[in-house]
Design a protein around this ligand. Structure first.
Ligand SMILES: Nc1ncnc2c1ncn2[C@@H]1O[C@H](COP(=O)(O)OP(=O)(O)OP(=O)(O)O)[C@@H](O)[C@H]1O
Ligand SMILES: [Mg+2]
Length: 500
């Protein structure tokens, strides 16, 4: 790292619906550094980067790039200035090939503007070899893992010779190996003098990677720390404005009779001879490495995908075939891992998204939806989950911050007061404070008699919240560990297939 300033923000402010979400931000970025950017959900991290990336204009303030005034009019402008943005939700076109995606912004054309597919394939192949991406130019993006998709995004940035690369929560959908690879790529980029801005809620990663850590709170830049001069708790305190002493809430509750049973379920090679039960008031963790079959299993449980063999039993009935409607009618809820694709209606308002799952309960005797009731319900949920929204009627779900989108997905189902709640990575992308809120809600639901199946890749979180943890490996449940028997070593050794 040199002392050379590559970027300087002076008094940058931004409001939405009359509410200021960035207030007079002054921030400089050194050439060749990795600058961490942290803050609670809705603190303004993505908005600030959207301004840098030419997606949004600032309301006031100025920016300088290498000492010259910088005000990109659109993302292409930012590209040309050497600033690339790897988004919180990746932006590749899943129905196009790797090669097409790599050159989508500037497709080379030949006679009569026909796209030179031969050329982009050949060039893509070169880059794939150069950057060691494990795929082929002709592979459709939808068939690729998140890690590979992300490497393609990074490759796109490098093709354009980006000097500053912004990563907005890049690891949320990556396996451990993919994450390790990403960190290696970032370290390599730094060596070559590329400047990195790295946004994440995983503070361990930020401390590991970054040279300095900038903290945003409620749209204010509350400090920029040299990595070695602060500890994690101080950064958390700066983020939330108070000490957080307790990470997991404790609650007294009773566990009752069996309410849900999975009997010998099989689906191809992904789910094999899986049997288990859920009891009233129980929070059951499901741990496994990426590819262990957790998501496939819960998709069968909610009738999203069919299973080949076995049955599922609830409310005194056995099912060999399921569909989501039957599940919902019987009080089963499912939060998917992919909130963008499946959890929300992105163009609809925040309020619509919250009340949609609950329309039946809101209907009055004439079959009309009461808008006053809708308002009340939405307000209660927004308050309970502390959803940060500027205007619930006018703001589209897609314009909520990433973590707040996740809260709305949870809110949507909460209103239905489900008796069985299947949650696939519910706290992914959610800040420390909001995690605590979500754990508290899960606990209260269990106390009131719901059963929760909680899938997470964060073992600590499962150990903090669950009454027992089931571990999956290669499609099978290989262990069912009660709370008084928890140890990280034990859980991981089952997950990697070693047993105990
Ligand atoms: N296009 C938009 N229209 C209206 N409000 C918006 C828009 N984009 C962002 N906001 C609001 O600005 C605030 C900051 O959002 P931003 O996405 O920058 O947060 P963030 O720090 O990235 O949070 P997260 O960690 O959840 O991703 C939020 O309250 C959000 O609702
Ligand atoms: Mg964000």
């Amino acid at each position: 790292m040199t002392d050379e300033k590559i970027l300087n923000l002076i008094g940058v402010s931004k409001s939405f619906f009359g509410a200021e979400v960035l207030h007079q931000i002054n921030l400089d970025v050194q050439k060749g550094e990795i600058l961490g950017l942290v803050g609670e959900n809705g603190a303004g991290k993505s908005t600030l980067m959207n301004i840098l990336g030419g997606i949004l204009p600032p309301d006031s303030g100025t920016m300088e790039l290498k000492g010259l005034p910088y005000l990109p009019s659109d993302p292409k402008d930012a590209d040309r200035a050497g600033i690339a943005f790897i988004h919180q939700e990746l932006s590749l076109f899943s129905n196009l090939t790797v090669a097409e995606n790599m050159f989508i912004d500037e497709l080379p054309t030949g006679v009569l503007w026909s796209v030179r597919f031969d050329r982009i394939r050949a060039e893509a192949a070169e880059y794939i070899t150069k950057f060691g991406v494990n795929t082929s130019p002709d592979a459709k993006v939808e068939t690729l893992s998140m890690g590979i998709r992300q490497t393609i995004e990074i490759t796109k940035a490098l093709i354009k010779n980006a000097e500053i690369i912004i990563f907005d929560e890049p690891t949320t959908s990556l396996s451990q190996t993919e994450k390790d690879n990403l960190f290696e790529i970032i370290a390599h980029l730094k060596k070559q003098g590329v400047t990195i801005i790295y946004i994440s809620h995983i503070l361990e990663d930020v401390f590991f990677l970054c040279d300095r850590i900038a903290v945003l709170r409620d749209g204010n830049l509350v400090g920029v720390n040299q990595k070695n001069s602060v500890i994690k708790n101080q950064v958390i305190k700066m983020m939330v404005g108070r000490d957080i002493n307790q990470v997991y809430p404790t609650i007294q509750k009773n566990i009752g009779e069996i309410v849900y049973r999975v009997c010998d379920i099989q689906q191809g090679r992904s789910v094999r001879n899986v049997s288990f039960e859920l009891r009233v008031g129980e929070i059951v963790g499901l741990f496994g490495l990426m590819g262990a079959g957790r998501t496939e299993l819960v998709r069968c449980m909610f009738g999203v995908d069919p299973f080949d063999k076995g049955e599922i039993e609830f409310k005194g009935k056995q099912y060999r075939k399921l569909n989501p409607e039957i599940c919902i009618e019987n009080g089963i809820a499912f939060i998917t891992e992919d909130r963008r694709q499946e959890g929300l209606l992105m163009p609809k308002s925040v309020k619509d998204n919250i009340v949609l799952a609950n329309l039946n309960n809101l209907c009055q005797s004439f079959g009309m939806v009461s808008s006053q009731k809708e308002d009340q319900e939405a307000d209660t949920v927004i308050k309970e989950l502390n959803v940060k929204v500027q205007n619930k009627n006018r703001q589209a779900a897609k314009n909520l911050s990433g973590g707040n989108q996740q809260k709305v997905v949870i809110a949507k189902w909460l209103l239905k007061n489900p008796s069985i709640f299947i949650m696939d990575e519910p706290t992914r992308g959610v800040d420390v404070g909001a995690k605590y809120e979500i754990y508290t809600i899960i606990n209260n639901m269990a106390k009131n008699g719901s059963s929760i199946l909680f899938i997470s890749s964060e073992m600590e979180e499962l150990m903090g919240v669950c009454d027992r943890i089931m571990v999956m490996n290669k499609g099978r449940i290989v262990a069912d560990i009660p709370k008084n028997d928890y140890s990280q070593e034990k859980i991981i050794s089952y997950a990697i297939g070693g047993g105990n």
